[in-house]
Design a protein around this ligand. Structure first.
Ligand SMILES: [Zn+2]
Length: 509
């Protein structure tokens, strides 16, 4: 049954207005003179929301060169609007207040969410403005430098390529596919992009570091936490001097999980992962030599991207849901009997049902009663396992189908087949940073870095808004099979448009 008849109608209406454009919203640059910087952080933990393991922060780094001012703001939250505890009014409200009170134009206030799943306080917007104001009122001359760290122990790609050509992702929301169905795994980005800012006396004012990984490991108590980012920043700050502020920029972590994400043998603990990330960042920080460099160039553009209509895929998945449900076949076993038999039949291949002498007596007497029983039990075990796998697949189909339906409703509500995104590209000395307001998957970050003419290019997703996951066109062929391709509003054409625009902005800065 088509429960969303309007979508097809809307598709036709809005197909005719599908277009892509972009326009320069802001470009500011400065050369010569000196680069000034100030930092501040404000606690944004919601202390009413339950136990707190470690505080969540909004952190601000305000840069000024000549007339150009730019604020890098990081928030220990899941996203800038749309989902989680930060509303869609947050970004415009913060920018308007900062324009009025600090004189930084809205397009020059960049806010990145670490994507940790902590609970922030209700007045997070006021506290963000407070952090930016404080940072802007403590500007000092700085020397800057950039470098890269390496980390490959804390994360893993969560996309699994299956033998049948489909892809599944590793989530707590559903079961993994059987081991033998998995052919290979996706890539990771081991680079930690680092910007170091020193005061003129050589002490470190701030470290900005960029890495791609979902900070969703949690802590053993289950309490509110900034996750691995909170721990990594603490390690950096505690080992660089009392007055250093470490700001984390989430990269293209859309399909990157904490390592061993589905481990059930150990309490989930982000602290050791954060410690490793922090130490690897520190190693890079120590290698960086800072120099006077006042280049601060900011470009901010809007890009219009095509939205996807998930209606046809929803029908297919509803069919698949029914097929899986009908594939559940009767078997004599129940869970209790299945578990007991599984132990026995894995313990003794030859004599699973009783001690060997009973089988030997049967053999001597010309009977094969136990052999027949074993054959029947083995058949029932296989049937039960097939049912379990069908049930596990259903958990994936049901979860991803819910995501497609959510975005189908969003498409109807939006009334248009496109979505506008804000892209910021900024040069700070030798370092170039480019942003996107969604969960870019790691391959896109690797592509942008490779195509960039600048040796030190950072890519930050989760910045200046949130439009859900932004996977590759190839990953979108798997549409409905994994979170990244299901929790997504974009049509596959988006990737080429975005990568071309990012390359153009990087060329021009
Ligand atoms: Zn995510």
């Amino acid at each position: 049954m088509n429960v969303f008849p309007n979508v097809r109608f809307l598709s036709l209406v809005f197909l005719s207005v599908l277009y892509f454009h972009c326009c320069d919203a802001m470009m500011e640059s400065a050369d010569g003179g000196e680069l000034m910087a100030g930092v501040a952080k404000v606690d944004i933990t919601d202390r009413e929301a339950g136990p707190v393991n470690d505080p969540l922060y909004v952190k601000a780094l305000v840069l000024q060169s000549g007339q150009t001012k730019f604020a890098i703001v990081t928030v220990d939250a899941v996203a800038i609007g749309e989902i989680g505890h930060i509303s869609n009014e947050y970004l415009p409200a913060v920018r308007a207040a900062v324009k009025g009170q600090v004189g930084i134009p809205p397009a020059n206030v960049m806010i990145n969410a670490s994507h940790c799943h902590g609970v922030v306080c209700a007045d997070v917007a006021d506290r963000t403005v407070q952090a930016i104001e404080q940072a802007a009122s403590h500007l000092v001359p700085v020397k800057i430098g950039t470098g890269s760290g390496h980390e490959d122990r804390v994360m893993e790609n969560r996309r699994l390529f299956l033998n049948d050509g489909t892809e599944v992702d590793v989530r707590h929301a559903y079961s993994l596919p059987p081991d033998e169905a998995v052919a290979k795994v996706g890539p990771v980005d081991t680079q930690i992009g680092v910007l170091r800012l020193d005061r003129m006396d050589g002490s470190i004012l701030s470290v900005v570091y960029n890495f791609a990984c979902h900070p969703i490991q949690g802590v053993p108590s289950g309490a509110n936490t900034a996750d691995m980012i909170g721990f990594a920043s603490k390690v950096i700050e505690e080992n660089t001097g009392d007055e250093t502020l470490a700001l984390f920029l989430q990269g293209c972590g859309g399909d990157i999980n904490p390592v061993m994400y589905k481990d059930v043998e150990h309490p989930r603990d982000a602290e050791p992962l954060g410690n490793l990330l922090g130490l690897s960042t520190l190693r890079a920080v120590r290698e960086i030599e800072c120099k006077e460099d006042s280049r601060l160039v900011v470009r901010n553009q809007q890009l219009t991207l095509p939205r996807r209509d998930p209606t046809a895929r929803i029908f297919e998945m509803e069919k698949e849901q029914k097929r899986l449900l009908n594939s559940l076949n009767g078997t004599s076993l129940d869970l209790k009997a299945f578990l007991a038999l599984t132990v026995k039949y894995n313990l003794s291949e030859q004599f699973p049902s009783y001690a060997s002498h009973r089988y030997l007596h049967d053999e001597q007497l010309g009977r094969d009663d136990f052999r027949k029983l074993d054959a029947l039990n083995r058949k029932n075990l296989q049937a039960y396992i097939r049912n379990i796998h069908a049930m596990e697949e259903l958990t994936r189909v049901n979860t991803n189908l819910r995501l497609l339906r959510k975005h189908q409703r969003g498409l109807i509500d939006s009334g248009k087949r496109t979505v506008d995104v804000e892209l910021t590209t900024v040069r700070i000395g030798d370092l170039v940073l480019t942003t996107f307001p969604g969960e870019l998957t790691v391959q896109i970050g690797l592509n942008i870095k490779k195509a960039s003419p600048h040796p030190q290019t950072l890519v930050a997703g989760y910045t200046n808004g949130y439009i859900y996951y932004a996977p590759t066109a190839k990953q979108l062929e798997n549409f409905g099979g994994a979170q990244e391709d299901s929790d997504c509003i974009l049509a596959p054409e988006w990737q080429a448009l975005y990568e071309a625009k990012a390359a153009e902005m990087l060329q021009g800065i």
